[in-house]
Write a protein that binds this ligand. Structure first.
Ligand code: AMP
Length: 188
């Protein structure tokens, strides 16, 4: 099963993806986590991404598409994967389709986790407090930028998946358990 978890920062994509990974035995591919690891390791990708991430901007499509293409070829993705934080632009969505078609694979579902912006701000503030500011982009100013980027560049991908018949909307403004149940139902 190959799934995309779609939604703004703080929508609960990472939390839910971790649970679905356990249940289905598929890989969890968070592009944010991959980029943070690259920054920590000081790789070329990390150096290219670091300041953009700190500012809450997207990294270039070619760069992230290359990272995902390599990761999807790893053996742990053979049984399926959850993409968390990718695609974030229409060119990324099209590149993903091409990449999967080239491997004889396709997406089974795109789950949009919907949460109002004011709730997201509260959640990110909580995450920043709990993690002691571990993520430099979990601060009110950068969050505003990340939300704006989501609405301007990422949300326009949704009609693409809706037209493909893959989109399922999940009300993410509920408890973790309720959202998990809704995801289970959506995945049938
Ligand atoms: P996340 O952990 O998903 O919120 O991602 C953290 C940051 O990594 C984002 O604000 C972007 O700077 C960068 N990033 C992660 N995934 C992507 C992507 N698919 N396209 C562009 N930038 C990304």
């Amino acid at each position: 099963m190959n799934i995309v978890f779609f939604g703004p920062p703080g929508a609960g994509k990472g939390t839910q993806a971790a649970m679905i990974r356990e249940e289905h035995g598929i890989a969890h591919l968070s592009t944010g986590d991959m980029l943070r690891a690259a920054v920590a390791a000081g790789t070329d990708v990390g150096r290219a991404a670091q300041s953009l991430m700190a500012e809450g901007k997207l990294v270039p499509d070619e760069l992230i598409v290359r990272v995902v293409a390599e990761r999807i070829d790893e053996p742990d993705c053979a049984a399926g994967f959850i993409l968390d934080g990718f695609p974030r632009t229409l060119p990324q969505a099209q590149a993903l389709d091409d990449m999967l078609a080239g491997k004889g694979k396709r997406l089974d579902a795109v789950l949009e986790m919907r949460v109002p912006d004011d709730v997201l701000v509260g959640r990110i503030e909580k995450r920043a407090a709990e993690t002691g500011g571990a993520r430099p982009d979990d601060n009110p100013d950068t969050l505003k930028r990340r939300l704006a980027v989501y609405h301007e560049q990422t949300a326009p991908v949704l009609p693409y998946y809706d037209q493909a018949g893959l989109l399922r909307v999940i009300d993410g403004n509920r408890s973790i358990d309720e959202v998990r149940e809704a995801i289970r139902t959506a995945l049938g």
